[in-house]
Ligand binder design. Structure first.
Ligand code: GDP
Ligand code: ZN
Length: 305
């Protein structure tokens, strides 16, 4: 009897997750081939941008068997669950606009998540054609002072000022809905490339399309990931110490408080509070930090109640 020839469909192939919607994924292989994949069981810890090993079940579908080591993982979490945003990104582009208005809280939380994972941040103030943008620009100075780059953009008119800042990065666009993320993606990505994601939407029948995250190639070295709009950015995965460290301007003062386990909430002789009084830390940043830290304390108290 002839020896059984290993079917090609049994082989594992490595690729990159270029679209994630619910527990369905689209994986791209180095030769440009695309297939639809699922995971085993109810596992949903795969993120757009992940390198994965796929076992082909049929010519055009497969199962993700394992996730290759990640360089970064941007995610948000509350007490109940975590939401993976994107893997292996080098830059997060936070998109804000004067209308409908943005929350500093969300920016601070996103900055902390990125600082924790060493992800570069670019803040885009979109819709600078709107007259109320001047005040928004002023409100963003606090981040500029911290060293974050803020780019004014009118994506509806011209997205080209953004292009050089995306070069050689895998960027992820994050922000509340209505800020202009789709407008930016639509102007950056040629028609043919966008259609790749549309096919996925068709397969995604019945689902709300905003749950979809997709990766697009800008050129051979640059990629961009579009993530669904968010209103909340839970940082349940950061400890209080992690959080203080993730507020980068706190770092020079950490370890200088009277108590070595100071949480910088209301403790006496807190070096962070003193730095704020002296104007070296912005009040809005300390307030954001405290809100996150108090949230963590409450979650901790609930768990051990
Ligand atoms: P998303 O929810 O972040 O994907 O936002 P969209 O791209 O759908 O944009 C939300 C709204 O803002 C739409 O009505 C866009 O036409 C509008 N918009 C996007 N970019 C600009 C801009 O540069 N200027 C102005 N005035 N409106 C914009
Ligand atoms: Zn302190």
């Amino acid at each position: 009897m002839p020896r059984a020839i290993q079917r090609t469909t049994d082989r594992l192939r490595d690729g990159v997750v270029v679209a994630a919607y619910g527990r369905r994924y689209r994986v791209e292989f180095p030769d440009g081939g695309l297939i639809e994949c699922s995971t085993r069981g109810k596992k949903s810890d795969v993120a757009c941008g992940d390198g994965v090993s796929v076992k082909l079940s049929e010519a055009d579908s497969g199962v993700i068997e394992s996730i290759l080591p990640r360089t970064t993982l941007l995610y948000r979490s509350d007490a109940h669950r975590q939401k993976l945003i994107a893997a292996n990104v080098t830059q997060a582009v936070i998109v804000v606009a004067a209308r409908p208005g943005f929350y500093d809280e969300l920016i601070n939380r996103c900055l902390a998540a990125c600082a924790h994972d060493n992800i570069t941040v670019l803040i885009v103030l979109n819709k600078i054609d709107l007259p109320e943008s001047a005040a928004a620009r002023d409100a963003l100075r606090v981040y500029e002072k911290l060293g974050y780059r803020v780019l004014g953009l009118a994506a509806k008119q011209d997205v080209s000022p953004l292009k050089p800042l995306l070069a050689s990065h895998t960027s992820v666009l994050v922000g509340q809905s209505g800020m202009g993320k789709s407008t930016i993606i639509n102007s950056l990505i040629p028609e043919t490339n966008l259609r790749v994601a549309e096919i996925s939407e068709a397969l995604d029948s019945g689902r709300h399309t905003t749950t979809r995250t997709a990766l697009y190639h800008l050129d051979a070295a640059s990629r961009i990931i579009d993530s669904p709009g968010m209103q909340l950015f839970g940082l349940n995965h950061l400890s209080i110490e992690d959080t203080a460290h993730a507020f980068m301007e706190f770092r020079p003062y950490l370890g200088q408080c009277r108590f070595s386990n100071c949480r910088h909430l209301a403790e006496p002789d807190c070096a962070i509070a003193a730095a704020c009084t002296q104007g070296n830390i912005a009040e809005s940043r300390l307030a954001s930090y405290r809100k996150i830290a108090e949230e963590r304390l409450r979650a901790h108290a609930r768990r051990f109640a």
